[in-house]
Design a binder for this molecule. Structure first.
Ligand code: TXA
Ligand code: MG
Length: 331
């Protein structure tokens, strides 16, 4: 299959929409990461997404909509709290898990009776969903296990020849995937941390919002049961080995410096990731792209400084720890 490269013009977005209507796959930009889209209501189109990514089929997909009113087509038992969050955070980097209506096929939800819904904050994405005339199921447009793509080039690296088209547009400005919040229980619960935090949601709802307690674990394979199926898989792995240095900031910087010098004199190629701990949104925007850059440069090892695990820092660290396979050096 030849993957068609499209631009973000209306003419090209119309072509992309036609591919979706015909049951094909189109990668498209969102504000978080690129998504690999298919008609969410067409089971065989959705199956092709799993195949192209090499993704386990028990991992449910996020369904993308272009208007808040589309929520009613897909969700049962819509509550006041859901509408408050939709009004406040959509379009934006929030996925709400809600009870699904029967129109949403099993293939899209991995057999669950709930569905994750999101309205992305990206004009190209919204035009694409509108023109397609159907909700779009889209996981991140990477090969399963690889860092999520934040540019069209990243998508091409992973999926060229295996999908029908890519819409090339601005780079993703958030850089990590949406916050997933489960609205089906008595207390809302964050299943995947993102740029919108526990605080943002409790402020909007004026009530307590929980965080899936599993997210605080450092899983070693057994005894790890996160509520979002996708959180249990090996994720975001660069080709290079990765070490996270954690502790007092000065000590961390010194230890990274020493490690770098030693390794470079042994002939290794070293890639260093240090973000300003006060600029965590900036870290989120760059992290996946930095991992891919390290691989492109042929790094043998990535040395990374840990961020403080609070707010957005917690969300970036969730990805960083997985990328490193929880390989932490305490200094
Ligand atoms: O920012 C994003 O969310 C991006 C863009 C493309 O929108 N999409 C994305 O999709 O990250 P994906 O498939 O890579 O991650 C979806 C996550 C997985 O961890 C999955 O298990 C969880 O959301 N999820 C989806 N539906 C769910 C449901 N009904 N119940 C629990 N978890 C769900
Ligand atoms: Mg993903």
């Amino acid at each position: 299959m030849n993957t068609l490269l499209l631009n973000d013009t209306t003419e090209d977005i119309e072509k992309a929409a036609k591919i979706i209507a015909a049951g094909g796959l189109v990668a498209f930009p969102t504000e978080t990461v690129y998504g690999l889209g298919a008609n969410a209501l067409n089971p065989s189109a959705v199956d092709k997404v799993y195949a192209a990514k090499g993704r386990p089929s028990d991992n449910p997909m996020i369904v993308h909509i272009a208007e808040i009113s589309d929520l009613e087509r897909l969700a049962e038992d819509i509550t006041k709290d859901m509408l408050i969050l939709a009004e406040k955070f959509w379009p934006g980097p929030m996925t709400m898990v809600v009870k699904r209506k029967a129109v949403v096929p099993d293939n899209t939800t991995g057999g669950l009776d709930t569905v994750g819904i999101r309205m992305p904050n990206n004009d190209t994405a919204l035009e694409f969903i509108k023109l397609a005339g159907c909700p779009i199921a889209a996981p991140s447009a990477n090969l399963s296990g690889k860092p999520s793509p934040t540019t069209a080039d990243h998508v091409i690296e992973d999926l060229n020849g295996n999908i029908d088209a890519v819409i090339k547009s601005d780079d993703c400005r958030v850089g990590i995937e949406s916050t997933v919040i489960d609205m089906t229980g008595a207390t809302p619960m964050i299943l995947r941390p993102g740029i919108l935090t526990q605080e943002d949601f409790s402020e909007a709802l004026k009530k307590r919002v929980e965080m899936d307690p599993e997210l605080n674990k450092r899983p070693d394979g057994k005894d790890f049961h996160p509520k979002a199926p996708g959180m249990k898989y090996k994720h975001y792995a660069p080709k290079a080995q990765m070490i996270i240095f954690q502790g007092d900031r000065q000590g961390v910087l010194a230890a990274i410096d020493t490690e770098r010098t030693e390794r470079e004199s042994a002939g290794e190629k070293v890639y260093v990731i240090i973000y300003d701990d006060d600029m965590q949104k900036n870290a989120a925007r760059r992290f996946f792209s930095n991992l891919r850059q390290a691989d492109k440069e042929g790094a043998d090892v990535i040395l990374a400084a840990a961020l403080t695990e609070e707010g957005v820092g917690f969300s970036v660290m969730n990805r960083m720890l997985k990328s490193a396979g929880y390989n932490i050096r305490n200094v």
